[in-house]
Write a protein that binds this ligand. Sequence first.
Ligand code: ADP
Length: 743
Amino acid sequence: MDFDKNRIERMNYNKFTLSFPKEKEILYRKKYFKDSILQLRIALLLLATIYGLFGFLDFQIFPDYANIFLKIRFLVVIPFISFVLLFSFSKFFQKYWQTLLFSSFIIGGTGISVMTMFEPENYSYYAGLMLVFSAGYFFIKLRFFYASIAGWITLIIFNILAIFIIKAPIIVLITNNFFFISANVIGMFASYNIEFQKRNNFHLNQKLDDEKLIIEKLNKNLEKKVTERTQELTLAKEKTEAINSNITAIIEGTTNSIWAFDNDYNILYINHVFQQEFYNSFNVLLTQGSNLVKGLPEDLRPIWKPRYDRVLNNEQFSIEDIVNSPNGKIYIHIDFNPIIKNGKVIGGSCFGSNITERKIIEKELLNAKENAEKSDKLKSAFLANMSHEIRTPMNGILGFSSLLQEPHLSGEKQQKYLEIIEKSGNRMLNIINDIIDISKIESGLMQVSIKKVNINEQLEYIYSFFKHEAENKGLQLTLLKTLPDEDVIIKSDPDKLSAILSNLVKNAIKYTSKGFIEFGYHKKQNNIEFFVKDTGIGIPNDKQNVIFERFIQADIADKMARQGAGLGLSISKAFIKMLNGEIWVESDENKGSTFYFTLPYSNNILKQTTANNIVQSNYNKNLNLKILIAEDDEASTSLLSILVEEISSKIITAFDGAQAVEICKKNPDIDLILMDIQMPNLDGLAATKQIRLFNKNVIIIAQTAYGLSGDEKTTIEAGCNDYISKPIDKNNLFALITKYFKK
Ligand code: ADP
C-alpha cells in the first residue's frame, strides 16, 4: 500500500473560525466537550472562589464602595458562574455551554470594568480585567472564536463605560487600552494556535483511525485471502498427493522398467522392476542418486553411455537390445525421452519392456512362415512328381492294353506286353501303398503287429526277391548273415521289417548303376544293426538328414530320371521308430551309401526254427470248393473267378450284400465266400453279420480296397474269418485259402 503523506496532513477547515466541515465539526465539538468538561468545572469553581476572595480587597482598597462591589460580586457574577457550574451537570449543558461561557466571560469582565469606573485613577483593579482575559481565553475552555468576540466586547464595554459614563482622563484610557488590547491580541493568537493544534490533533487522530480501519479491513481481507489460499493449496496438495500415489502405484505396479536420470547420469527415479532386473543382471543395486553408467560393467559402458548422451542431447528414440541375464537371453525394448524444464534438457527418462515372449513368437511365426513356404514348394514338387509317378505306369498299362487288342499278335509279343502291364501295375500299386502308409502314419492309424520274426528268412526272401532285378542291372547283390538261424528270432512286426528292407534294397538298386550291393546285419549289444550298402551315386552331406522327411528327394533335378515319390525313407523311418529302432545313413557322393537301422534284440526270445507267418507258396490245387464271390465290380468278379477257378468245384456270384445273403440261404453247402466290403444295398460287413446268423461254419474272407488299418479288426468283428486287401495277389489269396482248407 502506498503511503500518501498529503492525504493525512491536509486538514480541511475554516481559517477564520477554525471550524471543520459540518459532520466533522459535530464530532470535534463532542470530543472537545468531553475532554473539557472536568477542567471547565474546576475552572468555574476556581473563578467563582477567586472572584469571591477578591471581596476582601474591596474592603482594603475601596472601603467606600465595598458595598456596591460586593453586590456585583455576590449577586451578579458569582451566581452566574455558579449557575453555569451547576448547569454543567445537566444533559442540555452541551448544547449551550459555549454561549454560557461566552456570557460568563462578558459578565465577569463587565463586573471588573464597572468596579474600575469608581476610581479610574486607581490602577489596582485593572489587573483584575487582565485576569478575566486570561481566564476567558485560556482557562474556561471557551473556543477561540467565541473567546475573541467576548474579549473584544468586554473591551468595548470597558471603553464605553470609561469614555461615556465617567469620562476618564485620556492617559488612563490610552494606558489601559494599550494593556487590554495587547492582552486580547495575545489571547486571540494564543488560543487560535492552541485550538488549531487541538483540531489538527483531532484531524490526525481521525485520519489515523480511518487508516486503522482501512488497515484492519485490509488485514481482514488478507486473512480471508490467506485462508482461501491455504484451503486451495491444501486441496491442490491432496489432489497432487492422490495423483502422485496413483502414478507411483502405476509405476511400481507395472512389469516394465522405468528410470530417470539427470545430466550427470545420476538416478532421479528408479522403479522396483528395473532395480530388480539390474541387480539380477549386474549384481549392482541401483538407488536414487546412484550413477547409471558407473553401475554398469566396463564393457557395457561404451554401449549404454552414448544412448544416455543421445537423450541428454534432446533426442527421443527407441531401441531393441538383447541382455544376458542369469535366466538366459532377454530381449528388451526401451523408449528414451529427454526431460525438459524451461526449455532446457535436465535429464532423461527410460521406459523399458521385456519383449522376449514377443520375439519368440515372432521367430516361431517366421519359422512357421518359412516352413509353410518350404512345404508349399514341396507340395508343388510332390504333385509334379506324383503326377509323373502315376502317369508313367498308367501310360504303360493303358498303352499296352490297347496294343493287346490288336489282332494277330504273336504269343511272344502278347507275353511281353502283359509283363509290361503287370510291371506298371505293380509300380502303381507301390505308389498307392506308400501313400496309404504315409497317411496311416500321419493320422496315427498305423498299427504294429508284433510277432516272432526270423531275420535270416526275411533277408533271404528279400535277397531272392531282388536278386534278379539287381543282376539285370549288372549289379552284384550279396547277403550277409552273421548269426545262425536259431539265434535270429526277434519279436517285431515282420511286415514292417520286410517293407523297410525292401525299400532300402530297392533304393540301393535304383541309385546304383555299377558295382555291388550288400545287405545284412550285425548283432550289437542289445540291438540288431541292419545295413544296406551300395556303390551308387551317394547323397550330398547337406541332404543326408532331409531325405528321411516325406516327399524329399536328394536330387530333385534328377528325380525324373528315377522312379520314386520320396516317401520310401520316411515310411521306413516311421516304421523303425515304431519298432523302437533308429535309422541313419553314411554316404559319399559318387562313391556310395550305407543305410543303417537297428531293431531291439533280446536273447530270451524263444528259439524257433519256423516262423508261423511265412507265406506258403505251395498250395493244394484239388480243393474243389464251392465258392461265392460277392462283388459289385464286374472286372473284379471276373479276375477273382479266374484266380480261384483251379481250386473250385463251383463258383457263384452275387452283385450286392443282399443277394449274397439270399444265395447263402439257398446254398448251405458253400465252402468259401470272398466278400467285398463295399457293395450297394447291403455292404459286406452287414451281409456277413446276417449270414453268421444262420451259418457259422462257412469261411468268409473279406476283400477290401481301403487299405487302411483297422480293416482287419472290423471285418473279424463282423464275423469274417480273414481279410485280404485289393489288388488281390494270387499267392497271398491262395496262402490264406490254404490256411483254412488243408486237405
Ligand atoms: P524315392 O526313392 O522314392 O525318391 P526315398 O524316400 O526312398 O524316395 O528316398 C529319398 C531320396 O533319398 C531319394 O530321392 C534319393 O535322392 C535319396 N536316396 C535314397 N536311397 C539312396 C541311395 N541308396 N543312394 C543314393 N541316394 C539315395
